[in-house]
Write a protein that binds this ligand. Structure first.
Ligand code: ARG
Length: 562
């Protein structure tokens, strides 16, 4: 199916080319209205071309309307205010498009050639996942799903931090303080404990730092025992992460951690030297930038070791050689903005001109301290999900929900609420977590959308109509509004994707659910008969489809019953 806007552009543009010329017609811009008195769509074409055409805007609008082409799509065009043109869409067209939604591929007109590689979640090995990883994981996953829907071939890559200096410290901790029993039971907790222990002990005894550095050096030069330990730490960490990912319905296509790029880094450095991009400074290799706001960055230390920037450059080099890149997307918190500006600028200077976007996000806080951290202790992601599930279960019990599958339902609602609370806020601002709002059944939250979905399901079940024909007859504005709202779905997904803003999709879904609920509260669906009943039920079914699909693009599951 084509987006409604696309049909409109085609019709109106042809008309404008006939009236004026190609160049002028290119300035056609059509916008959805949010007040049906002004039609369904509106254009300010007459106003922005008044100067070029040397005519009053209203005069231009009259000219356009005079021989306006007939079509099944447009029922009425009229002039408003200083020269806006309001466009009204026909019910038949809305009905026909609605039939296609979900049954036909959508033409988005995007350049989807090649691979979109999205790098998200990417925790540092040997540390349990904490709430700091939530946003990257959830936002990255949503963008991945949205891009696939838009027709891109997407590779989700978990760029694990598996090559940092933490390994030297861990090896020292392992040799000195490992509690073998605990390591067997809760390996990642034990690794975290010895890591913290190392930090504390090395404050008292600085020699430990030198010892850890030596272990790290041995690891990097291939020492057998240290390599074995390193692999083991990665393995137990991944096992732990997998549990969380599974619970959150998150998966990846590749798990190339930083270590994967180790051997490529020296080639990057060679490129940088050959192209005169990096220079020696006190033994270190440094890159400086034209932009004064961007600090110099070291790509190789004087002791020969490489840095985070070097590994990200090696990663781009690898991807260029192994994929046909459409674009690279990196999802991390806002503190890495400088890092990615440096990486992208260096890559551009190397002639690696593929599109690269840093999708960054703000920090996360809790509104009431109910779930605040014990001093200095980060909240583990597992604890957060457990808490969300418990709260959801409480609410289900309060609402007298069917006790069957209570735990499973609570898990879907709880995890969904956490994801939605993250995705529905402006990505770049700090977000505040508020359990009450997150789990509310009547505000901008996933339980509200899931509940609306379940409500539609039970309505359809009650109708006893097994096979609903898609014939659409709109008997009132509630129905027509709902239908028009449903057609906005593809566009909402596209805008969310192109801007890397999942909140544009949540806003849309919230509005859709509200539109549905006002239809539901005002139209007695099951009192209708014959084709009127079928039309209303078809609208309900299509709403359920869009809600489910939309939530699914956010990584959130629906429930048939709540
Ligand atoms: N491991 C890093 C961290 O926890 C995030 C990695 C992001 N991706 C990248 N290609 N640098 O901060």
């Amino acid at each position: 199916m084509k987006l409604t806007e696309k049909y409109l552009y085609e019709i109106i543009k042809d008309h404008l080319i006939n009236l004026y010329n190609e160049e002028i017609s290119n300035s056609l811009f059509i916008q959805e209205t949010n007040n049906s008195n002004f039609g369904d769509f509106q254009t300010n074409f007459a106003m922005i071309n008044a100067k070029t055409l040397k005519k009053a805007p209203r005069k231009i609008a009259e000219e356009i309307l005079e021989n306006f082409p007939q079509s099944d799509l447009i029922t009425k065009v009229e002039i408003a205010g200083p020269g806006f043109i309001n466009i009204f869409i026909s019910d038949d067209f809305v009905g026909e498009q609605l039939k296609k939604l979900g049954n036909e591929e959508i033409e988005f007109d995007l350049n989807t050639k090649g691979n979109v590689i999205i790098d998200y979640s990417s925790p540092n090995i040997a540390k349990p996942m904490h709430i700091g990883h939530l946003r990257s994981t959830v936002i990255g996953d949503a963008i991945k799903r949205i891009y696939r829907y838009l027709g891109y071939t997407v590779i989700g890559d978990n760029h694990l931090g598996d090559w940092g200096t933490q390994f030297g410290s861990l090896i020292v901790g392992y040799d000195r303080w490992l509690d073998k029993e605990n390591y067997k039971q809760n390996p990642i907790d034990e690794l975290e404990r010895i890591y913290v222990k190392f930090t504390q002990e090395s404050e008292k005894n600085v020699d430990l730092i030198e010892i850890a550095r030596e272990e790290q050096r041995k690891l990097q030069s291939g020492d057998e025992r240290n390599t074995k330990l390193w692999k083991e730490f990665i393995e137990v960490s991944l096992k732990d992460y997998e549990k969380i990912y599974k619970r959150m319905d998150i998966d990846f296509d590749t798990y190339y951690g930083e270590s994967f790029y180790h051997n490529i880094m020296k080639d990057v450095v060679k490129d940088l030297i050959e192209k005169n991009i990096a220079f020696e400074d006190d033994g270190a290799l440094v890159v400086s930038f034209d932009d004064d706001n961007l600090p110099n960055c070291i790509v190789r230390k004087s002791n020969g070791s490489f840095l985070y920037t070097t590994s990200d450059l090696a990663c781009i080099k690898f991807r260029r050689e192994n994929y046909d890149i459409n674009r690279l997307i990196y999802v991390t918190d806002q503190r890495q903005q400088t890092h990615f500006k440096q990486v992208f600028t260096i890559a551009d200077n190397l002639g690696w001109n593929e599109k690269k976007d840093h999708v960054y996000f703000g920090l996360m806080r809790f509104v009431d301290g109910v779930f605040s951290t014990r001093k200095g202790n980060v909240i583990k992601l597992k604890e957060l999900l457990d808490k969300a599930t418990q709260e959801a279960e409480k609410i289900l019990l309060e609402r007298n929900s069917n006790k069957e599958n209570l735990k499973e339902k609570a898990e879907i609602i709880g995890v969904g609420a956490v994801k939605y609370a993250d995705l529905s806020q402006n990505r770049t601002s700090d977000i505040i977590f508020d359990w009450e709002k997150m789990l509310s059944f009547n505000s901008n939250s996933s339980p509200y959308l899931q509940y609306t979905y379940a409500r539609i399901n039970s309505l359809i079940k009650k109708s006893d109509l097994n096979d609903i024909q898609e014939i659409y007859i709109f008997e009132n504005d509630y129905e027509k509004n709902l239908a028009k709202n449903l057609l906005k779905f593809p566009n909402a997904v596209m805008r969310a994707g192109e801007n890397y803003k999942p909140n544009l999709l949540t806003d849309y879904l919230y509005e859709l659910a509200q539109t549905f609920n006002s239809f539901y509260n005002n139209v007695r669906v099951l009192n209708a008969e014959g084709k009127y009943l079928e039309s209303k039920l078809a609208l309900c079914k299509k709403t359920a489809y869009v809600l489910e699909k939309g939530l699914n693009l956010l990584g959130i599951k629906t429930l048939e019953e709540m």
